[in-house]
Design a protein around this ligand. Structure first.
Ligand code: ADP
Length: 167
């Protein structure tokens, strides 16, 4: 069985991520989308919330499952028997970071984990999760960036935060 993992922050999952997930699901028998707890980023959604939202947006793709992991991605990949990591490439700016990450993971896994890059669909090349959060923070229109379900969760989260800040 050909298994792949698609690791990332997914804070929140965007239409760009979903496009990569759908395309990867046609190439592999099983794709595990794995939410990694990135300590360098302060998240809007908790890991559990991100897992739930990914499960919901992927519910119609039968060979995709969603999980989370706190630790090294190579250890997680090994634990599920995946030898391929999927990453998306949007622009040249992604390349340097992604190349380094791919080579590091190959080294850490003793050559057991390779990275396959899927280039972004042109219509999503501008999209990233941070941008979506910034637009939403100023009340902008994010309907072209995320699914209606995820959009609802973002507004709900921002309302919660505003309420907390008032108290
Ligand atoms: P980001 O916060 O930049 O959206 P993530 O860690 O959630 O990053 O992304 C996981 C992977 O998905 C990365 O390889 C990233 O390059 C890729 N990705 C993110 N957005 C897109 C997009 N619009 N098109 C293609 N790939 C994307």
């Amino acid at each position: 069985m050909k298994a792949a993992i698609y690791p990332g922050s997914f804070d929140p999952v965007t239409l760009g991520h979903i496009d990569i997930i759908e395309r990867a699901s046609r190439m592999f028998d099983e794709v595990t989308v794995c939410v990694l707890d990135n300590k360098a980023k302060t998240p809007l959604f908790s890991v559990d919330e991100r897992v739930k939202m990914l499960q919901k947006v992927c519910e119609n793709i039968s060979n995709v499952r969603v999980d989370s992991y706190y630790g090294l991605m190579v250890d997680y990949a090994r634990s599920i028997g995946a030898h391929v990591s999927i990453r998306g490439l949007r622009a040249v700016t992604d390349f340097e970071y992604e190349l380094q990450l791919a080579q590091t993971n190959r080294m850490l896994s003793n050559g057991d984990l390779d990275t396959i890059f899927l280039t972004t669909s042109a219509k999503y090349s501008y999209l990233n999760s941070s941008g979506v959060k910034e637009i939403a923070a100023f009340g902008g229109d994010i309907s072209k960036c995320v699914t209606p379900y995820v959009e609802g969760l973002i507004w709900e989260k921002l309302r919660e935060r505003a309420k907390k800040a008032e108290n």
